[in-house]
Design a protein. Structure first.
Length: 94
């Protein structure tokens, strides 16, 4: 991952680059974390974009990102996150 820019309390986009151990399908995609403050709460607006094609793995990643973000929320709010290897499994071999 390369960090494209960093705006504290606002935005951090990453660009996925080729590297050892990373999924080939991720190469060239962007992972974007945007923070929005509303009604005395902070929301994480997340996007994993610019996939070359809509392959099955893209849908898997979308769901898996959601489980990790919910785990992060639980860890921050209640000290009860579920990081790997205790994360929610969404397919065989996960």
């Amino acid at each position: 991952m390369n960090v494209l820019e960093s705006k504290p309390n606002e935005l951090v986009p990453w660009k996925c680059v080729r590297g050892p151990g990373g999924p080939d399908e991720w190469e060239g995609t962007e992972v974007i974390f945007q923070l929005k403050r509303r009604d005395n709460q902070t929301f994480v607006v997340f996007k994993h974009a610019n996939w070359k094609e809509a392959v099955e793995f893209m849908h898997h990643c979308s769901t898996k990102w959601a489980t990790f973000l919910l785990s992060l929320r639980d860890w921050l709010e209640r000290s009860e996150g579920r990081p790997a290897p205790y994360d929610v499994k969404i397919q065989v071999g996960d």
